[in-house]
Design a protein around this ligand. Structure first.
Ligand SMILES: [Zn+2]
Length: 97
C-alpha cells in the first residue's frame, strides 16, 4: 500500500482494518472503521493509505494485481460524502492488531 490518501482525516473511536482483494489476497487499503458490523462501504476520507492512488478519486476500485473490480464510487447525499461501495464476496477485511 504505497499511496497515502490525501483526503484522509483521523476518525475518533475507530479501529484500523485492512481490506484485501478476495481473488488474489493483495492488500488494498488501510481503513478506519467506526462501529461494529460488516464492512459494506469505505468512506474516502477514512482510507489511510492504499494500493491504489486515490488522488483523482477513481470511479471504480480495481485490484492492481489481478485487475478485478472491487468497489464502485458513490456520492452519498448525506453530508455529500464520497464512498466506495464494496462488491459483496470479492474482498476480505481483517483487523490490524
Ligand atoms: Zn486481486
Amino acid at each position: 500500500m504505497i499511496y497515502k490518501n490525501p483526503y484522509c482525516r483521523t476518525v475518533r473511536r475507530s479501529h484500523l482494518i485492512i481490506v484485501s482483494c478476495g481473488h488474489c489476497k493483495t492488500d488494498l487499503a488501510l481503513y478506519q472503521k467506526a462501529g461494529r458490523g460488516r464492512l459494506l462501504r469505505m468512506y474516502i476520507d477514512r482510507i489511510v493509505k492504499g494500493a491504489v492512488d486515490l488522488r483523482n478519486k477513481p470511479g471504480i476500485l480495481v485490484c492492481p494485481q489481478c485487475h478485478h473490480q472491487l468497489a464502485t464510487k458513490v456520492t452519498l447525499r448525506r453530508k455529500r460524502t464520497e464512498a466506495y461501495i464494496l462488491i459483496r464476496g470479492v474482498f476480505n477485511a481483517r483487523e490490524v492488531d
